[in-house]
Design a protein around this ligand. Structure first.
Ligand code: SF4
Ligand code: MG
Length: 336
């Protein structure tokens, strides 16, 4: 299938007192056209840095792209000028964030804000842009859109504001939508509605989606493929079925066990992975997960486990996986 986005060995960093600390280390992932790739991990795993890199907004957040490629429809975004990126960000790749309120301007009505986007990026006239913005509000499921278009963000609920932000992001019909924790700030019922909306709009607009979340439950709802990140690196990647039914990395297994009501006993205590994600200035030697891993072995402390791919493209980096310890009884051959 055709790939809309191919991230290859993306290494990024931030300048610290001790020199450059890597925020992502040789991160690779693929997104097929029309699909949703979820990047999952705890906060501090490098998910947002990866997303900001694709947008080339990392440059404005104090970070640098040290190495790697990000092919968008075959063109390397790493090599684009910020001028080119302005056009790409407006028309082809758009991004939404966790907090819809701060993404909206409090002094303009929501209709004006969507219309403004259309006037800038699609060079629409005032009237046309306004009508189009009302139509966008309708398409994101906002009732009475003519009236709502004339309201200010503070007159709307958080869920309604996130719908407005989505309307703004999709107004110019982007090929790729990047959503960074789009439902985290919302309460549970609204969260489910927004995820449903994103799934529906992805179909309607024929776009692809890169969705960042700390929540495996969210990934289960929307993902075609899942990339699990830990401390700046991808530790496992596969289809949603592979990740949920045949997880190969202990970190992934820990994330799955911490989903309420899925792998934990109802009413029982929720499993949490012991310890905390290390700061980027102090990434552990060998396997970066080793200080927290319940299966740690000697080799894990010294040598970094290579990413191994199965024939189906299910990838994981774990020494235990190589020895067959994580999936005895399954004799799918490992490549390389
Ligand atoms: Fe655990 Fe070792 Fe696998 Fe790392 S390589 S996840 S420490 S078993
Ligand atoms: Mg984040």
């Amino acid at each position: 299938a055709e790939k809309i986005l191919q991230i290859r060995n993306l290494t990024t960093g931030f300048l610290t007192d001790q020199g450059v600390a890597k925020a992502t280390d040789r991160v690779s992932m693929d997104l097929e056209k029309g699909q949703t790739l979820c990047v999952v991990g705890e906060s501090g795993s490098g998910k947002s840095v990866t997303a900001l890199s694709v947008m080339r907004l990392i440059d404005f957040a104090g970070g640098v792209i040290i190495d790697g490629q990000m092919l968008f429809n075959g063109e390397d975004l790493v090599r684009k000028s910020q001028n080119d990126m302005l056009r790409i960000r407006g028309n082809m790749i758009t991004m939404i964030f966790q907090d819809p309120i701060s993404a909206l301007n409090p002094v303009f009505t929501v209709g004006e804000q969507i219309a403004e986007t259309l006037r800038i990026h699609k060079r629409m006239g005032k009237k046309e842009a306004w009508l189009q913005s009302v139509d966008m509000l309708y398409r994101v499921g906002i009732p009475d859109p003519e009236m709502r278009a004339k309201q200010y963000p503070y007159e709307m609920s958080g869920g309604m504001c996130q719908r407005v932000v989505i309307a703004m992001a999709l107004a110019c019909n982007p090929e790729l939508l990047i959503a960074d924790e789009p439902t985290t700030a919302l309460d549970v019922t609204v969260q489910a509605q927004i995820l449903d909306l994103l799934k529906q709009l992805k179909q309607e607009f024929g776009m692809s989606m890169l969705l960042i979340t700390h929540d495996m439950g969210v990934a289960a709802e929307v993902a075609d493929r899942i990339a699990v990140m830990y401390a700046g690196a991808v530790v496992e990647e596969g289809t949603v079925q592979e990740i949920f039914e045949q997880p190969r990395h202990p970190y992934t297994i820990g994330l799955l066990q911490s989903i309420p009501g899925l792998h934990s006993k109802r009413g029982g205590e929720l499993y949490t992975i012991k310890g905390a994600i290390p700061p980027i200035s102090r990434i552990p030697s060998g396997c970066r997960f080793h200080p927290r891993c319940p299966h740690v072995m000697d080799i894990c402390r010294k040598e970094e486990p290579p990413l191994k791919s199965s024939l189906s493209g299910h990838i994981a980096a774990c020494w235990l996986d190589e020895t067959g310890g994580m999936d005895k009884g399954r004799n799918e051959p490992n490549l390389q």
